[in-house]
Design a protein around this ligand. Structure first.
Ligand code: CND
Ligand code: ZN
Ligand code: ZN
Length: 375
């Protein structure tokens, strides 16, 4: 492409400081260095984690920053030594990379590649940024930073997908869908006939629900304080939905009462420590598994009675649904293309990139599941 090897000037949504609206600015995107890939973003969903970034809830996150991590893109150019993708490939950037060489990559049950940027340096491996705005380096989120027309990612953090895949749907496989679905089928390994409880019926919770349903759960109870989320949850397979605000007693007592002492699997898809504790308490002693998916504010800590664990509950955490990203993302795209699951129900709004702040308002007001930005 004509831009290869040159600095690209393009538009990006920059967060200059916490709790300020995103500012659409012209940025400069440097060419990729060795083992890096410059991509042109085509579509990007807005996930609650992006809202955590712009609100400054993640303690390590540095500003200015470009959030956005649920994207589909096309390769604009590649740096030296890149073999995994080439110019023109349709790709999904990976919030958890797969370098193939670290202990986690080599471990059959781990997806937490050591090259991840989950603790937010916001920089490339050489501790610099490829993105600048008004002369200042700009950080990225999760090694992606997709609220921009172009960005640069590590080769380990990008994978080729089917060129025919619709970007305005499969971008969700870059975070929300894979995170939720994988949490059910890969982390919890939900068994057929089981009872599942899902706290939070946003993009992550509904994707978890799809995973529980595919795994053959007999009962799936959705929990949300926003009853407007219940109709869609039921469409996707929830057998019951409950609103904690309809009860005076704690929600875990309500759920244990509904499930003969507790569920087989519970999933926290909200991100508050109270709901994390409730999710653990809602799992059955001796056999229940609770999976924490929601991201809490950086300074919050869970305090637990260890007896909850001694009495035989299992507490797990999920980053990107526990799936090995390079191995599984192209397969999930292929499964979507083969209609093994549907992503349409998760996308409630499609907006031009410039309307990004409207997309965040829809999320904050509980009006959207996923808004997908089109570039
Ligand atoms: P979204 O905001 O769309 O959904 C959260 C849902 O929870 C909403 O429907 C709320 O109404 C509901 N809710 C809020 N408070 C309560 C409460 N006290 N009790 C019951 N329901 C409540 O968010 P999302 O689905 O995009 O993301 C959910 C969380 O998952 C969020 O914390 C995000 O940061 C995190 C996440 C984790 C990972 C991972 O890899 N672990 C990846 N992406 C996002
Ligand atoms: Zn996300
Ligand atoms: Zn690795």
């Amino acid at each position: 492409m004509a831009t290869s090897g040159k600095v690209i000037k393009c538009m990006a949504a920059v967060a200059w400081a916490p709790k300020t609206p995103l500012s659409i600015e012209e940025i400069e995107v440097a060419p990729p260095k060795a083992r890096e890939v410059r991509i042109k973003i085509l579509a990007c969903g807005i996930c609650r984690s992006d809202d955590h970034v712009v609100k400054g809830l993640l303690s390590n996150q540095k500003f200015p920053v470009i959030a956005g991590h649920e994207a589909a893109a096309i390769v604009e150019s590649v740096g030296k030594e890149v073999t995994a993708v080439k110019q023109g490939d349709k790709v999904i950037p990976l919030i958890v990379p797969q370098c193939g060489e670290c202990r986690c990559c080599k471990h059959r049950n781990s997806n937490f590649c050591i090259k991840n940027d989950v603790v937010n340096t916001g920089l490339m491996e050489d501790s610099t940024s490829r993105l600048t705005c008004k002369g200042k380096p700009v950080h990225t989120f999760l090694g992606v930073g997709a609220f921009t027309e172009y960005t640069v990612v590590n080769e380990a953090a990008v994978v080729k997908i089917d060129a025919a895949a619709p970007v305005e749907r499969v971008c969700l496989i870059g975070c929300g869908f894979s995170t939720g679905y994988g949490s059910a089928v890969q982390i919890a390994k939900v068994e057929a006939g089981s009872t599942c409880v899902i706290f939070g019926l946003g993009g992550i919770g509904l994707s978890t629900l799809i995973g529980c349903r595919v795994a053959g759960a007999a009962r799936i109870i959705g929990v949300d304080v926003n009853k407007d989320k219940f109709a869609k949850a039921k469409t996707l397979g929830a057998t019951e939905c409950v609103n904690p605000r309809d009860f005076t007693k704690p929600i875990h007592e309500v759920l244990c009462g509904m499930t003969d002492g507790g569920a087989d699997y519970t999933f926290e898809c909200i991100g508050t420590i109270d709901t994390m504790t409730s999710a653990l308490k809602s799992s059955h002693p001796g056999l229940g598994t609770c999976v924490i998916i929601g991201v809490a504010a950086g300074d919050e800590r869970i305090s637990l009675d260890p007896m909850l664990m001694i009495t035989g509950r299992t507490l797990k955490g999920s980053c990107f649904g526990g799936i090995k990203s390079k191995d599984c993302v192209p397969q999930l795209v292929a499964d979507y293309m083969a209609k093994k699951f549907n992503l349409d129900e998760l996308v409630t709004h499609t907006l031009p990139f410039e309307k990004i702040n409207d997309g965040f308002e829809l999320l904050r007001n509980g009006k959207s599941i996923r808004s997908v930005l089109i570039f």
